[in-house]
Structure formats: structure tokens, C-alpha cells
Design a protein around this ligand. Structure first.
Ligand code: ZN
Length: 94
């Protein structure tokens, strides 16, 4: 009757600040770090550095939190509006 007790959760969660087992390789543990994210849109390539992320120590998979990934399209749009073909910029937090 008491099988509702599951202390070990296995749902993937990308909350920044909490390490977790990587859902891609299931071997590595993620660590808070900064990542470089590349966005491609039409003919534009935008490279955003210093993006806060959790990064798998084994395979290098990057996990961005919702707030962070929500800001990236706006950054890409801004660069597209400026007419750049390739741009490297630093992530600016909200
Ligand atoms: Zn991994």
C-alpha cells in the first residue's frame, strides 16, 4: 500500500544550481558553468558567450534554464535587425 513513496526522482530537471545526472549520456553529472551557444537564423550566425548553463562533465551537453533560453531569441532578433551575418556577443542576463 505504501508504494507511493519514491525518494529517488528520475525526472530530468534543468534547474540552475542543482547538479543532476545528464539525460543524454546518463553517466556524467552536470555542473554550473558558462556555455557558448550558437544560433543560426537564415544567413546569420550568432555566437553568444558566457551563457549560464549546467554542463555535463562527461559528454558536454548543455542545459539552459528557461529564463536563459527565453532570452536567446530576442538576442538573435536584435542581431538580425542590425543586419549582421556573424556576430559574437556576451550573454547579458535580464
Ligand atoms: Zn552527458
Amino acid at each position: 500500500m505504501n508504494h507511493a513513496l519514491h525518494p529517488k526522482r528520475e525526472e530530468p530537471s534543468a534547474e540552475i544550481g542543482k547538479s543532476m545526472i545528464c539525460v543524454i549520456c546518463k553517466l556524467g553529472e552536470t555542473q554550473p558553468d558558462v556555455a557558448t551557444v550558437t544560433l543560426e537564423r537564415d544567413s546569420m550566425t550568432l555566437v553568444i558567450k558566457n551563457v549560464p548553463a549546467l554542463i555535463c562533465g562527461n559528454c558536454g551537453e548543455q542545459y539552459l534554464d528557461e529564463q536563459t533560453s527565453a532570452r536567446l531569441p530576442a538576442t538573435a532578433k536584435e542581431a538580425a535587425t542590425a543586419g549582421v551575418l556573424i556576430s559574437v556577443r556576451s550573454f547579458v542576463a535580464a
